[in-house]
Design a protein around this ligand. Structure first.
Ligand code: GLP
Length: 232
């Protein structure tokens, strides 16, 4: 596990964005796993900024998760999020994106696998929508959201009808990616990051399962790193 402690939130955002842009510049047919959430919004803006002159036409993208039961185009769906923050600004085609479905595992395999999987972290240590109690070998499936996660994401639902289930890549699915890049910013993630660094393979914090991946990079801003003490 590689930890990059950044001097500012902006530096952390740009660090993650540059990893994606550099990958696409060196391998135009890269397969990128995308995460949603507030943490990732500025990353996509930074990718668009840094990528001027870079072609994304040969890339393919897999989404990490999606709510169950939202109509297509719902403003709080992750599909809508991706259109707003990735597809439209980068002028990409819908056909370059795949969203969690019942045949997701096969589709992932056929693509040759994800080269870089972007990840955020929930306050309770969830990854994608792999809530506490998820297993290390879990695959793409329908999951029940915890009250804590529903509460944390409430402000993204203008009409207040928040789905209680989601489709999410499993921890095992995420571990299949060739490299993992997790970004945590802000004070609200400081406890989860502390727990992540102090525990291993702990179902109470599914993010701990990712530490066994040979290419797992954790990028932190000063607030997310405020409860850890790394002498680096
Ligand atoms: C959400 C998403 C995750 C995301 C996490 C943190 O529920 N399913 O993919 O990483 O929670 O979200 P945020 O970045 O908004 O704090």
């Amino acid at each position: 596990m590689r930890i990059i402690q950044c001097k500012s939130q902006q530096e952390a955002i740009e660090t993650v964005a540059s990893m994606v842009v550099e990958k696409i510049q060196s391998h135009p047919a890269s397969v990128i796993g995308l995460a949603t959430g507030r943490t990732m919004e500025p990353v996509y803006a930074s990718i668009a900024k840094q990528a001027e002159g870079t072609s994304f036409q040969k890339c393919f993208f897999f989404m990490l998760d999606e709510y169950v039961g939202l109509p297509d185009g719902h403003p709080s769906s992750f599909k809508h999020y991706i259109r707003t923050h990735v597809i439209n600004p980068l002028k990409l085609q819908e056909s370059q994106f795949s969203y969690p479905s019942t045949h997701y595992e096969e589709t992932l395999k056929e693509s040759g696998g994800v080269d870089i999987q972007l990840l955020g972290i929930g306050r309770n240590g969830h990854v994608g929508f792999n809530e506490p109690g998820s297993t290390k070998n879990s695959r793409t499936r329908v999951v029940k959201l915890t009250e804590e996660t529903i509460e944390a994401n409430r402000d993204q639902f203008v009409d207040q009808k928040i789905p209680s289930e989601a489709l999410s890549m499993g921890i095992g699915t995420i571990l299949d990616a060739k490299s993992l890049v997790m970004l945590a910013t802000g004070k609200s993630k400081a406890d989860a990051i502390k727990y992540l660094l102090n525990h291993h393979d702990d179902p109470k914090c599914p993010a701990t399962f990712l530490k066994s991946h040979p290419h797992f990079t954790l990028v932190l801003d000063p607030e997310a790193a405020s409860r850890i003490n790394l002498n680096i």
